[in-house]
Design a protein around this ligand. Structure first.
Ligand code: TYD
Length: 202
């Protein structure tokens, strides 16, 4: 049986990444074979593209094409084979991030993103998406003092509010797949929300 494909989304500073490994550990304890991966990244080539995306100035079309090139390699080399083996794939960001960051954040044409999505991975779509939602101002406070900011983390709270609105639009378009997590809550509460969001879905 095909495995489950679970994605984790949210603006920078939402705290999603710190919940993925503990979740993977719990799932492994209950007998799942779990693959944890991330975007952009997840293969040697896609990790090189990630480095360019995060640190090299470029226009938005270039950004979109690099994100989807990285995604193509990741889906083909890693995600699709793992799902075919029946594994549970936990992926830190996927195509919803492109709609939110490049689409809502940068203003890139959403119809063109949809065309690329169909071209690159029409046959591989997340089964469930956990959207870690919180106000941009709060996320910015959490990021302050962390490592030096990359090209995205340097953006203004106004940019991240647009990204957040982009996630909201995706959640409304795919209500069965998306689960909104209140990421402003304390860590234990977020952990409980994550577990509840996956109950009966893995
Ligand atoms: P992120 O998960 O925030 O990595 P880290 O926690 O190590 O900073 O991802 C890196 C950045 O890439 C993030 O700011 C969002 C951006 N991004 C896009 O702009 N478009 C995309 O399609 C993806 C997958 C990520």
């Amino acid at each position: 049986m095909r495995g489950r494909f679970i994605t984790f989304e949210g603006i920078d500073g939402a705290g999603k990444s710190s919940h993925i490994e503990p979740l993977a550990a719990r799932l492994r304890c209950s007998g799942h074979v779990v693959l944890v991966t991330r975007e952009p990244g997840g293969t040697p080539l896609a990790e090189q593209l990630r480095d360019a995306l995060l640190h090299t100035p470029m226009d938005t079309l270039t950004e979109v094409l690099l994100v989807f090139a990285a995604r193509r390699d990741h889906v083909k080399q890693v995600i699709a084979p793992a799902l075919a083996r029946g594994e549970t794939v936990l992926c830190d960001r996927f195509t919803d991030a492109t709609f939110a960051y490049q689409g809502a954040g940068r203003g890139f044409d959403l119809a063109q993103l949809t065309a690329l999505e169909t071209w690159v991975h029409a046959d591989v779509q997340p089964d469930r998406t956990l959207w870690f939602d919180l106000p941009a101002e709060l996320a910015a406070q959490r990021l302050t003092g962390a490592r030096p900011p990359d090209r995205f983390e340097q953006q203004s709270p106004a940019f991240f509010e647009r990204v957040r609105t982009g996630y909201l639009a995706r959640a409304e378009a795919f209500p069965k797949r998306f689960v909104q997590i209140d990421a402003a809550a304390d860590r234990e509460s977020v952990g409980r929300q994550v577990a509840a969001a996956l109950e009966g879905h893995i």
